[in-house]
Write a protein of this length. Structure first.
Length: 94
């Protein structure tokens, strides 16, 4: 692979990341999007202890949590203020 090809590939990857972050910013800007993201966090159990006493169940819970944490990380990269507000709003609601 030539240097030019490598630079083009790196630029394409940066463009893809920027596009995905822009999409996530738009989702977080909508009340419906915020509710959806929060529901994903709940389903993934990012604020629950994944331990269940059963090895397979704990492994499954850890996998779900890892996906949720990846979404949380992406959302924080896209719009940390919106995510912080979302967390505060929903954690104080309970």
């Amino acid at each position: 692979m030539s240097s030019k090809d490598l630079k083009q590939e790196e630029q394409a990857e940066k463009n893809q990341i920027n596009h995905e972050r822009s999409d996530l910013r738009k989702v977080l800007a909508l009340p419906e999007g915020q509710r959806f993201i929060w529901r994903l966090f709940e389903i993934a159990g990012i604020y629950r202890n994944p331990y269940s006493g059963d090895t397979q169940s704990t492994e499954y819970n850890c996998g779900m949590m890892a996906v949720g944490q990846a979404v949380l990380d992406e959302a924080m990269e896209a719009n940390p203020e919106a995510v912080s507000s979302l967390i505060i709003k929903n954690k104080t609601r309970k």
